[in-house]
Design a protein around this ligand. Structure first.
Ligand code: ADP
Ligand code: PEP
Ligand code: MN
Length: 532
């Protein structure tokens, strides 16, 4: 253990430091009978503890800030340079927020959890979390990489996350901020501050935003994707915004899981940033998603699910939020890459989208140019719950399938990914896990069969037709998939209804892409997008 004087961060009079608590200790701490309110965990019949995360049951992008100083001024993609969540704050406002959080944490009994973000020793961030809430310590222990005892001996943090969830900012209006809640980053001090929101996802996705800052500047792709690898070492990555199926579809008993949400791609291949998974549990069933269901046991941590008096869980109850979750260490899934979550170069790149309009085909094969176009566009529907204020599927363009986490301009991620794909000879596919003309979502079973056809290569033997307006190549037949769903036009009682919606969506793509056409490269990509 390195020097644990929290005074160096401005936290004083700490009564006790619970350093890197074991799962045993966390269980005891979060189920203590004297705990009150949102701190209190409940034991469920599956053996996992369940907590309520408070007022915030999803991330709060509107409350996200980055200090604009000499480190970040010319690197960060700022909210005044495009539509994004990287709102600048001054060092003065930062100092006030830091005082609030350090004062909140001073004089307390604190949990300190030392972790890594990133599987590779040369590019990982050693992230130290400081929190007064036991289940928040549990969450980061599940989600980040747990250092070995040997690694802890020489552990030196690169980044500090001070979670002051219980404090809010009374001066937010004077500071010109969005609310009394804040999630703020300082790249010079290498500190994240949290106030007002208890939601653990701010820590997880916060450090993802930081990897998204550091890695592309070194030519390493930083990707909002899941990843797995087949028996022959064939790696696939699945990009997608929240709720599109990254976690569900990468958890595939036939393939070893690398990770379910955040990865890098360097000269050696694809590597996980995390040490755990964060699965949605709304309507979870043992039949549809057995591996995720079985991962919910002792040491997993449930969030915002409904627990009945006898400890039974009602996974169909979305009354607290649609964004009910479980975090678990990655080894709760049987088939994973060990000991380090990494594998070779990706040969298949899958863009998952959940099209709420019911226009896009369940699968299409993309040309190189189309891959770039769709990566920059990042079309999907935001599903209910993951972000505050989103209560029904809302169509959105989220660059790189993760605009909320991009610290640099989207073209930077496209450039780095493009180079990696080119060098690996990777093929790209667009998979719609959302809706079609039936008004229903494509079934998980059908999507899984589609993914199988992509990964075993059989899709390459299919006959393809071109979908008008989008010019997407769609297969006419795939093993174990109903032919009737492959062409979205066939899922409408009246194909003319598809036409109307398709034209509308095509126009949205075209309008959205205008922002990328201020340079020759972007202009050249327009031809790869929808045409009217
Ligand atoms: N065809 C489908 N493919 C993938 N997931 C689906 C599909 N239909 C419904 N779902 C549901 O959508 C959600 C996908 O969420 P998840 O895999 O957690 O997405 P992500 O990891 O990208 O946020 C799950 O609740 C899953 O059960
Ligand atoms: C945890 C999140 O990721 P995802 O929903 O993509 O799993 C999130 O977006 O807050
Ligand atoms: Mn996920």
């Amino acid at each position: 253990m390195s020097d644990l004087d929290l005074g160096q961060y401005g936290i004083t009079d700490v009564t006790e430091i619970v350093y890197n608590p074991s799962y045993e200790l966390l269980f005891a701490e979060e189920t203590r009978s004297d705990l009150q309110g949102y701190e209190k965990g409940k034991l469920t019949e599956l053996g996992a503890v369940s907590v309520d995360t408070g007022i915030f049951t999803g991330r709060s992008p509107k409350d996200k800030y980055i200090v604009r100083d000499d480190t970040t001024r010319d690197t960060v993609w700022w909210s005044d340079q495009g539509k994004n969540d990287n709102k600048p704050i001054s060092t003065e406002v930062w100092a006030d927020l830091k005082t609030l959080v350090t004062r909140q944490l001073s004089g307390k009994r604190l949990f300190v959890v030392d972790t890594f973000c990133g599987a590779n020793a040369d590019t990982r961030l050693a992230v130290r979390f400081i929190t007064e809430v036991a289940w928040q310590a549990h969450f980061v222990k599940n989600m980040f990489i747990r250092p070995t005892d040997e690694e802890l001996k020489s552990y030196k943090p690169d980044f500090i996350v001070m979670n002051g969830a219980k404090c809010t900012n009374p001066d937010w209006q004077k500071h010109g901020l969005n609310s009394e809640n804040f999630v703020a980053f300082n790249l010079t001090e290498r500190i994240q501050l949290i106030g007002g929101t208890w939601y653990g996802g701010e820590m997880k996705k916060g450090m993802f935003s930081m990897m998204n800052y550091f890695l592309p500047l070194q030519g390493i792709a930083s990707m909002h994707c899941s990843a797995n690898v087949g028996k022959d070492g064939d790696v696939a990555v699945f990009f997608g915004l929240s709720g599109t199926g990254k976690t569900t579809l990468s958890t595939d008993p036939k393939r070893q899981l690398i990770g379910d949400d955040e990865h890098g791609w360097d000269d050696d291949g694809v590597f996980n940033f995390e040490g755990g998974c964060y699965a949605k549990t709304i309507n979870l069933s043992k039949e549809n998603e057995p591996d995720i269901y079985n991962a919910i046991r002792r040491d997993a941590l449930l969030e915002n699910v409904t627990v009945l008096a006898d400890g039974k869980i009602d996974f169909n109850d979305g009354s607290k939020t649609e964004n009910t979750r479980v975090s678990y260490p990655i080894y709760h899934i049987d088939n994973i890459v060990t000991p380090v979550s990494k594998a070779g170069h990706a040969k298949k790149v899958i863009f998952l989208t959940a099209d709420a309009f019911g226009v896009l085909p369940p699968v299409s094969k993309l040309t190189k140019e189309q891959a770039k176009y769709h990566f920059l566009s990042g079309f999907t529907a935001k599903l209910a719950g993951t972000e505050r204020g989103i209560t029904e599927p809302t169509p959105t363009f989220s660059s790189c399938f993760g605009a909320a986490f991009l610290s640099l301009h989207p073209t930077k991620y496209a450039e780095v990914l493009g180079k990696r794909m080119e060098a690996a000879g990777a093929e790209a596919y667009l998979v719609n896990t959302g809706w079609n003309g039936t008004g229903k979502r494509v079934s998980i079973k059908a999507t899984r069969a589609i993914i199988d056809a992509i990964l075993d290569g059989s899709i390459e033997n299919a006959e393809f037709v071109q979908l008008p307006y989008f010019n997407l190549a769609i297969p006419t037949h795939l093993h174990d998939v109903d032919d009737g769903i492959l062409d979205p036009r066939a899922t409408y009682a009246n194909a003319a209804d598809w036409e109307v919606k398709a034209k509308d969506l095509a126009k949205r793509f075209i309008d959205n892409f205008v922002k990328f056409t201020d340079n020759d490269e972007g202009k050249a990509l327009v031809a790869a997008g929808p045409q009217l």
